[in-house]
Design a protein around this ligand. Structure first.
Ligand SMILES: Cc1ncc(COP(=O)(O)O)c(C=O)c1O
Length: 424
């Protein structure tokens, strides 16, 4: 009788088939088709279970599934789909984008304490000599949650954040030394929509022996694949474009299998930021239409960027697809399209507050990347916890709006903006 294939062998064979498909097919089929546990069901089930039981200990030892804090079949399908879409070896879906950022950074920044006796641990703890303190290089403008994690939490753990303007590659070069473990790139960046050269930054950190993580939330794999540009890891908030329907939260880390196993079985196991199988199921549903939605987000955004740029009440528009964007050429080099996020400024704070109150179709709210157009008055919404020097550093002015352009008809959105601007 033929030997029964192990789960790992089955996975490797499936993965080979998925890798041959085009992106539009991968987003529908990878991870789910065929799905080993339920081969004839069109949609895979939500495995609402905390643990897995076996008829005997031998079967338990052979199995991949033990406890849902580290493995669950619904999440497993999502992991496989996202790894395939990014062309990465392995993926780990977790509870939120912030969880993904923190878990990925933790595993690269911390020294691994082997099984040492307590009195020997001292030498592994952060030392007072600056040359022995691990550091990470970050852009001056990125998602406020990540910014505050790096600036307020990591220094307390003995990690030095080094802020640079990553669009200036000389600054990146000067900031890297032999204690630099990590360069963290978010591109396009939230909320400035700065675009950073992934390939150039990855090369620099690799020369120094460190690693590169890219937060790809604004682009999604439909528009940008950082691993192909030299990054070691990708993190994304699945809450945004990947799910795309505004009804679930999640995050993912994609990268080398061995590193992802360390994150899953050490960091996730101990910190516990697990995604619920219900969320995984919703995100799998959302992901199947990713490229179609991204195309429409991009089309709408281009039309709106052109409209805003020509309106006399608008002081500034920042959209990577506009030739006026300072990083337009890098965006063209590394993205297949320019995304659905733009920033703009009006001429005064008074007009800005008036404007946002006149909008009717476009919803006022934080977050981004779903069907519904969402606008935020940045300094008083996601920027509310930043100090005034941090807002200056991040170029968040009192007249700045971050606009996540949804999938509504573009003319309806333009009409809504136009009527609100014309009342000022
Ligand atoms: C670029 C970026 N990364 C990470 C996050 C965090 O994601 P989540 O809200 O899913 O924790 C966000 C949230 O807005 C974001 O914009």
């Amino acid at each position: 009788m033929a030997e029964k294939k192990t789960q790992d062998q089955i996975n490797r064979e499936l993965r080979k088939d998925w890798d041959k498909l085009k992106f539009e097919t991968q987003q529908i089929r990878a991870g789910e088709d065929p799905y080993p546990e339920t081969p004839s069901s069109l949609r895979l089930p939500i495995y609402a279970t905390k643990s897995y039981v076996y008829p005997n200990f031998t079967e338990f030892i052979k199995s991949h599934y033990y406890y849902s804090r580290t493995e669950n079949p619904t999440l497993y399908a999502l992991d496989k789909k996202l790894a395939t879409l990014h062309g990465g070896e392995e993926a780990l879906s977790v509870a939120s984008g912030m969880a993904a950022v923190h878990l990925a950074c933790s595993s690269l920044l911390y020294r691994r304490l082997k099984r040492v006796k307590p009195n020997k641990i001292f030498k592994y703890l952060p030392q007072t000599h600056s040359e022995e303190i691990p550091n990470l290089v970050m852009h001056k403008n990125q998602y406020t949650g990540t910014f505050r994690l790096f600036m307020n939490v990591y220094p307390q753990m003995g990690i030095e954040p080094r802020i640079v303007d990553m669009r200036d590659l000389q600054q990146v070069k000067d900031a890297i030394d032999d204690q630099t473990k990590l360069i963290f790139i978010e591109t396009p960046a939230n909320p400035s929509i700065d675009v950073i050269d992934i390939q150039a930054c990855s090369n620099m950190i690799h020369d120094a022996g460190g690693k590169c993580i890219v937060d790809n939330t604004f682009a999604s794999p439909a528009l940008q694949k950082p691993l192909e540009l030299g990054a070691d890891f990708v993190v994304e908030s699945l809450t945004k474009y990947i799910n795309g329907h505004g009804d679930a939260m999640g995050g993912v880390i994609i990268g080398p299998k061995i590193e992802l196993q360390k994150i899953r079985y050490f960091w996730l196991e101990l910190e516990g930021q697990v995604m619920s199988p219900f969320s995984a199921w919703l995100i799998l549903r959302g992901c199947r239409t990713l490229s179609v939605r991204m195309k429409k987000h991009c089309e709408n955004a281009k039309q709106i960027a052109n409209f805003l740029e020509s309106h006399p009440k608008v002081a500034k528009v920042v959209y990577p697809g506009l030739e006026s964007h300072p990083d337009h050429s890098i965006a063209t080099k590394q993205m297949s399209d320019y995304g659905g996020m733009l920033g703009f400024e009006l001429k005064s704070q008074e007009e800005s507050l008036d404007f946002i109150n006149h909008l009717k179709i476009i919803k006022v709210g934080v977050s981004l990347g779903d069907t519904t157009s969402l606008i935020e008055y940045t300094s008083l919404m996601t920027g509310i916890d930043l100090s005034s020097w941090e807002k200056r550093l991040m170029n968040i002015s009192d007249t700045h709006f971050r606009f996540s352009i949804g999938l509504e008809d573009s003319q309806d959105l333009i009409n809504d903006l136009n009527q609100a601007l014309n009342q000022l």
